[in-house]
Design a protein around this ligand. Sequence first.
Ligand SMILES: [Zn+2]
Length: 332
Amino acid sequence: MKKFIAWQIGPSLLIGALGLLLLIGLIGGGNQQTLRSETASGGSICSPSGDYDKDKIDEVLERAGAFKGKRAAFEHASAKHNVDPVLMIAISIHETAWGTSRALLEHNNPSGQMRGNQIIHFDSLEDGLEMTGQTLNNLWNERGLNTIEKLGSAYAPVGAGNDPTNLNIHWVPTIHKFIEELGGLSGGCEGESVEGDLITGADGFVVPMKNFTITSHYGPRWGAFHRGIDLAAPEGEPIYAAKDGIVTRSEYHFSWGNYVTITHEGGATTLYAHNQRNVATVGQKVKQGELIAYMGNTGHSTGPHLHLELCLDNSLAQDRLVDPYPVFFGNK
Ligand SMILES: [Zn+2]
């Protein structure tokens, strides 16, 4: 009987603990940790180039308890799980009351991850960040909760039964403030474009990278069929939308690695594969020249490059593919 009661009240105790954690977070994030940058708009800023401000991040982490000096650990976990490092840092700071919560100090658990009614114990901060990355990837990329507001509705729902004092109402504005303080997200700037800097091809397409070497052409290759063209560059080179369109895929594939597809007006679809990290999310409207991913070496790839395909429709069927070269570079 005792056990049964314990099981029954377990979740509400936990919820209380989470609330307390949030409360501590708010107090901890209050006076002496006052954020210095408050923009008039109140919205989070973002980086159209996809960069993030490493100096600002280091500055913030310096006063974030156990996260001090841990930027590389955040970068590693966020790259692996295709989430914005700035987002991961902002949430981790909030959930751990500036790197001081017991969950973090005793369990290496930066985001309050629970199993049943137990806070999950990790052997290292790296392991804890790994799980945080997985969770954020699931919410942001797979479930499409790809704004702070949408994420907050799942992470800290306002009016939830487990939030009697309405602390969750602070989650979204607090995360926004932290993101600002950290120098802004590394992507998600709607309408920003570097279109003018990109090589113009035919049919309104531009070459989706600024710096590259063509290393492989479309057609039969090594007894197989190469479905696109390969553009090599050092890892991390930004990849831009070749034309306005809607992002129809942004996910991992065993062969393409992290890849994005954009379906353009009329149905033609471009595919960008082997990315280090995807920035664009499914359903997002992108403008030509807008950052969509960083070039990488994921999936079946023998070196950093962009594998670029052009399909007449969104099927990606081999008999609907066309040689991208004449479209992007003309019949030279
Ligand atoms: Zn290729």
